[in-house]
Ligand binder design. Structure first.
Ligand SMILES: NC(=O)c1ccc[n+]([C@@H]2O[C@H](COP(=O)([O-])OP(=O)(O)OC[C@H]3O[C@@H](n4cnc5c(N)ncnc54)[C@H](O)[C@@H]3O)[C@@H](O)[C@H]2O)c1
Length: 242
């Protein structure tokens, strides 16, 4: 059997309609998983699902618990959950001192409550079947302070990291692993000058690509990674000390 074979596994990737999530969808499918592509925007999810063998569309808002429960029920048993949706619509940057309290909730709703809703919806089935893989896409902003005006985003990302550790140890004997990937600077298709400037600060010398994240998720989702749980792995070209 080839390594990291995900044949027969059903995956759900939230926010899979573009960017990092699309890379995760493609990597899981390439290793044999059937992938449900979630996104707030059904059209984005459809474009990705239409080009990936065995992929289906699962459009719902991960911050809406009822919608998540119904969406997951429609997919059927989920073996691999990837909590990737994490950039709220209209995300801005700026120092905490200048933020209106009304702006706080959207970061925590998506990055913490969205993760809680999705984990809750799949966990019972995973426990019954005695196996499951949960991967949450976090950020360096959830691990360390960064002076870029992303404090509430970082708070949501850090909260999810803490939650995932608890989830992992509570469910370790049930054959379920739960881990986070704390991403560093990704290539967000900014203009070339900005991209090259940022890339110089990364020890590996380039920004992250969706494929880099997809490869790490495939490993964490595999049977081979059964002993790797309750961890946050810095996936960042060497930027943060591990
Ligand atoms: N891009 C980076 O530089 C970077 C760095 C560190 C971490 N990350 C993390 O990687 C993940 C993916 O980032 P990206 O840059 O690919 O984001 P993106 O904004 O390009 O794509 C995310 C997708 O999530 C969807 N989405 C947003 N809110 C949703 C909701 N409530 N329910 C369902 N889907 C929703 C969006 O419609 C979008 O298609 C996020 O968790 C982000 O925080 C990104």
């Amino acid at each position: 059997m080839p390594a990291f074979d995900l044949s027969g596994r059903q995956a759900l990737v939230t926010g899979g309609g573009q960017g990092v999530g699309e890379g995760i969808v493609r990597a899981l499918a390439a290793h044999g998983a059937a992938v449900a592509v979630n996104d707030l925007h059904a059209d984005r999810a459809s474009v990705v699902a239409d080009s990936v063998p065995g992929a289906t569309v699962a459009a719902f808002d991960v911050t809406d618990g009822q919608a998540v429960a119904e969406g997951v029920a429609a997919i059927g048993p989920v073996d691999i959950l990837v909590n990737n949706a994490g950039v709220p619509e209209g995300m801005g940057v700026g120092p905490f001192a200048d933020m209106d309290p009304g702006e706080w909730a959207k970061y925590v709703d998506l990055n913490l409550y969205g993760v809680l809703h999705c984990c809750h919806a799949v966990l019972g089935g995973m426990r019954e079947r005695g196996r499951g893989r949960i991967v949450t896409i976090s950020s360096g902003a959830g691990v360390t302070g960064i002076n870029l005006g992303v404090s509430l985003y970082g708070a949501g990302k850090g909260g999810a990291i803490a939650f995932m550790r608890h989830l992992a140890v509570e469910n370790a004997r049930a054959g379920i692993t739960a881990n986070c990937l704390a991403l560093g600077l990704m290539d967000n298709k900014a203009n070339r000058e900005v991209t090259e400037h940022l890339a110089r600060s990364v020890p590996v010398g380039r920004l992250g690509q969706p494929d880099d994240v997809g490869a790490a998720v495939v490993f964490l989702a595999s049977d081979e990674a059964a002993w790797l749980t309750a961890q946050t792995i810095n996936l960042d070209g060497g930027s943060l000390p591990s």
